[in-house]
Design a protein around this ligand. Structure first.
Ligand SMILES: NC(=O)c1ccc[n+]([C@@H]2O[C@H](COP(=O)([O-])OP(=O)(O)OC[C@H]3O[C@@H](n4cnc5c(N)ncnc54)[C@H](OP(=O)(O)O)[C@@H]3O)[C@@H](O)[C@H]2O)c1
Length: 231
């Protein structure tokens, strides 16, 4: 199985890479700075020929098309793409949300994954039962919102869910199952030390969830445990 995971150098992404390699996938992991992605480079040594580390910055113009060109040099198809990379603006208060912060969150959490999906669709279309998983968040659920917190992040993840719904139909016509997922509240740099779920548990759940998906699931917003989330 040929798997691509963005933001593979730490947190949930690193665990996804580790577990995908352990089960035998050939993995392409993206990092903003591959030369500094120490854990990924160690894994590449442990799994010779099974891990390629490529550069990709979600908010850099043209990055998705460039990545697709590089992936095509490594292989002619993809079976699973997990758009995991994301960022959170901390400490936002009503009346003091910065224009740059909101724009940056949208660029990284919405525009980046959307452009990535578009650019990788032709490679996914050649895969076996191909799947595109967009890592969103329950904080992007419109239905669950009742207070002012994590504004930029939440707006960008709600928009990512819409990006998923927009993509799901044409992707389905190509045979690609597209969903968005909430990985749980996970103990990473983003999730913080109080988070109950370990990255390894979230990654295990996400890979299991991806394995169990069928084309009929296209367009769903699911939690890591497979439960349905409200948009
Ligand atoms: N942790 C949670 O509780 C939680 C809950 C809900 C949803 N999520 C979502 O799960 C995903 C992974 O989160 P995490 O907890 O593993 O976060 P994390 O530990 O902060 O890791 C974030 C990853 O995204 C990458 N990234 C950040 N900005 C980027 C950019 N501009 N271009 C490319 N890559 C970029 C980071 O790369 P660098 O190392 O180069 O910065 C890193 O690999 C995110 O989409 C997040 O929103 C997490």
């Amino acid at each position: 199985m040929r798997t691509l995971i963005t933001g593979g150098n730490r947190g949930i992404g690193l665990e996804l890479v580790r577990q995908a390699l352990a089960r035998g996938d050939r993995v392409i992991a993206t990092a903003r700075h591959p030369g500094k992605a120490g854990d990924l480079n160690r894994l590449a040594g442990e799994y010779p020929g099974h891990l390629s580390v490529l550069a990709w910055e979600a908010d850099k113009a043209g990055a998705a098309a460039e990545l697709a060109r590089e992936v095509a040099m490594v292989d002619d198809h993809l079976d699973l793409v997990i758009a995991n990379a994301g960022m959170l603006v901390r400490g936002e208060r009503f009346g003091a949300v910065g224009e740059k912060d909101l724009g940056h969150a949208l660029a990284v959490n919405t525009v980046g994954p959307f452009m990535l999906a578009q650019a990788l669709a032709p490679l996914l279309a050649k895969g076996t039962a191909p799947k595109l998983i967009l890592v969103s968040s329950v904080l992007g659920s419109l239905a669950r919102r009742d207070a002012f917190y994590t504004a930029s992040y939440s707006i960008s993840k709600a928009a990512l869910n819409m990006a998923m719904r927009v993509l799901a139909v044409p992707m389905k016509e190509l045979g690609i199952t597209t969903i968005s997922v909430h990985p749980g509240w996970v103990r990473t740099e983003m999730g913080g030390e109080q988070a109950p779920l370990l990255p390894a548990d979230s990654a295990r759940d996400l890979l299991r969830l991806a394995d169990g998906l069928a084309l009929e699931d296209a367009g769903r917003f699911l939690a890591h445990d497979g439960s349905e989330l409200p948009f």
